[in-house]
Design a protein around this ligand. Structure first.
Ligand SMILES: Cc1cc2nc3c(=O)[nH]c(=O)nc-3n(C[C@H](O)[C@H](O)[C@H](O)COP(=O)(O)OP(=O)(O)OC[C@H]3O[C@@H](n4cnc5c(N)ncnc54)[C@H](O)[C@@H]3O)c2cc1C
Length: 534
């Protein structure tokens, strides 16, 4: 029996044990893992580059070693000497085919892309390294793929050319209501380090997702109804553009690039090297897990969708309909408040859905709630990583990669009885799959659809079709097609689907035209190229 590796795996990975028995609840003294822990090096200012923050580094075009060393300026297949020059010009490291680390370095989170063999993987230590790699790719015509956590559903953070990996830039600092987060930080480390200071940011549930891919595409999380999407709390982002400049983008400086970086999707416009986010207080919260029998799936679904998107902002929930061994109906959630207030709201759901067959409600620390939602309730932060010694991994990491196929919808209106029946029937089909509905509304809906590049402000919830094993891709495609008459065509760019027809309007709606203008202004030569590139 396999599950998506986060809150969806909660009941089977020890989260329930933590919830029920208090193991490690708010455990003090769990060692925080820094960039040094993950990569063996504590890059001063990694991802923050504090010395240059706040100004545009015109011509921050790397250290200038790579192309110059071979005296080439024109495009063409790079020679071994070009790669050597690139390696020498980096403060970080370059892994090439034949190197011991190569097989680990080229892999993404999803093993479906393991056959892809990049010509090089550059672990950039700072923005100058990033500019160096960007210049190398531009001058020599090498296809460039940018990578943070490596969770791209379509595998677009790898390729046959140069993979620019930002994992070494993973410093997380905070002061005065602001967090500065390196582009390669994994979500579990962001939550952990911010929680040590009593603050957090709204972000996703999967521990090993990189902050860059998440924030650049939007970022839906368990406190988003109260505090917004990750991109909504992004005060500024520092980006190395195709011409090698390091730009600080915010409401006043490069406002178009700032706008596009909040929902336009990673890999499109430049390489983010660090973010500044507005933080919120991270107090104790209440988490809950409720189940209903499969025979009540349609009724529970209709009750949930009427309740969840219009609940008070402090209440977030997701509904999972799964066939994964057996069939299951689960509502998972987090309430920013005490147990009694949470239970009062859950009673309203139960009034409409009927009483759940099981119910676990527990007050816990914010930090432990994030570990629990990540499926790491009984693990330490160090264990809540992929295992290994490459940047972004930890030696004691216990999490595994996951082979899956997925696609999405954004639900702008509630499902009718017929729509709910269709969805439940799709889940009941043979296979191993889950439909995950994540409530929106609240703070997400109070932002205008054109205020950031993320357009789905009126959506009631996101819908993710997530499947494993043989037939997974066929199931996700068929299930989405069956639900199209009910949900329409909207989709979430962070659940990117290489086979999605009409992707431009599905991901971006009316924001697509402005995104194209920003792309033309900042990357006219289309150095950053995706199969579904803006
Ligand atoms: C198990 C699982 C759980 C998830 N849970 C959530 C969730 O709760 N909420 C949610 O909103 N999403 C969630 N996602 C989706 C996730 O947000 C996207 O897959 C996201 O793109 C992953 O980011 P990454 O950095 O890990 O991936 P990557 O593959 O490294 O990057 C994703 C895209 O961004 C680009 N990119 C990466 N780094 C940079 C950079 N520094 N600058 C510019 N472009 C860059 C890449 O080229 C690629 O196109 C989940 C995904 C998985 C697999």
């Amino acid at each position: 029996m396999r599950n998506p590796p986060d809150r969806r795996a909660f009941l089977r990975t020890g989260g329930l044990a933590a919830l029920a028995f208090g193991t490690a609840l708010g455990a003090p003294g769990t060692p925080a893992l820094g960039a040094a822990g993950a990569s063996g090096r504590d890059a001063a200012g990694a991802g923050g580059g504090a010395g240059t923050a706040g100004r545009d580094t015109a011509g921050a075009s790397g250290r200038g070693a790579a192309a110059g060393a071979t005296g080439r300026a024109a495009a063409g297949a790079p020679r071994p000497a070009d790669w050597r020059a690139l390696a020498e010009g980096l403060e970080g490291s370059l892994v090439r085919p034949g190197d011991a680390a190569y097989d680990g370095a080229r892999r993404l989170f999803n093993p479906a892309f393991d056959a892809v063999r990049p010509a090089g993987v550059a672990y950039c230590a700072d923005p100058s390294d990033v500019a160096e790699c960007v210049g190398f790719a531009r001058r020599l015509g090498v296809p460039l793929a940018v990578r943070s956590g490596g969770h791209s559903y379509a595998g677009w953070s790898t390729g046959t050319g140069l993979v620019l990996d930002v994992s070494r830039m993973s410093t997380v600092r905070h002061a005065s209501g602001r967090a500065t987060v390196g582009a390669g930080a994994r979500l579990v480390d962001v939550y952990d380090r911010l929680a040590a200071g009593g603050v957090s940011i709204p972000a996703g549930t999967c521990a090993t997702v990189g902050v860059s891919g998440l924030a650049l595409g939007g970022g839906i999380g368990v406190v988003s109804r109260r505090y917004g999407l990750t991109c909504d709390v992004m005060e500024s982002v520092r980006v190395v553009t195709a011409d090698g400049r390091l730009l600080t983008c915010d409401a006043d400086r490069h406002p178009d690039l700032y706008w596009a970086s909040r929902g336009g999707g990673g890999g499109n416009l430049g390489v983010a090297v660090s973010f500044e986010f507005r933080t919120h207080p991270a107090r104790e919260v209440t988490v809950f897990f409720l189940h209903w029998p499969w025979s009540r799936a349609v009724r529970t679904l209709r009750a949930w969708q009427a309740w969840a998107p219009s609940a008070p902002d402090a209440m977030w929930s997701g509904m999972h309909l799964s066939r994964d061994g057996g069939t299951d109906v689960q509502v998972v959630g987090l309430y920013l408040g005490g147990r009694a207030g949470c239970e009062r709201l859950l009673d309203r759901l139960a009034d409409a859905a009927g009483p759940p067959s099981s119910s676990h409600v527990r007050r816990t620390s914010y930090r432990q709630a994030m570990l629990t939602m990540a499926g790491c309730g009984s693990l330490s932060v160090g264990q809540c990583h992929l295992g290994g010694s490459l940047p972004g991994q930890t030696r004691g990491g216990r999490l595994s990669r996951d082979r899956f196929s997925a696609t999405s919808h954004m639900a702008y209106r509630p499902l009718s009885e017929a729509g709910a029946r269709t969805l439940v029937a799709q889940v009941a089909r043979a296979g191993e799959h889950t439909v995950l509905l994540d409530a929106l509304g609240g703070a997400v809906a109070r932002v205008r659809p054109d205020a950031t590049a993320f357009p789905h402000r009126a959506a009631l919830y996101s819908v993710q079709y997530y499947a494993h094993r043989a037939g997974a891709a066929t199931w996700t495609r068929t299930a989405r097609a069956a639900m199209r008459p009910h949900f329409g065509d909207h989709a979430y760019v962070n659940y990117v689907d290489a086979g999605l027809a009409g992707w431009r309007s599905a991901y971006y709606g009316p924001n697509a035209a402005r995104l194209a203008r920003v792309k033309a202004a900042y990357d006219p030569g289309r150095l950053f190229r995706l199969p579904q590139g803006i």
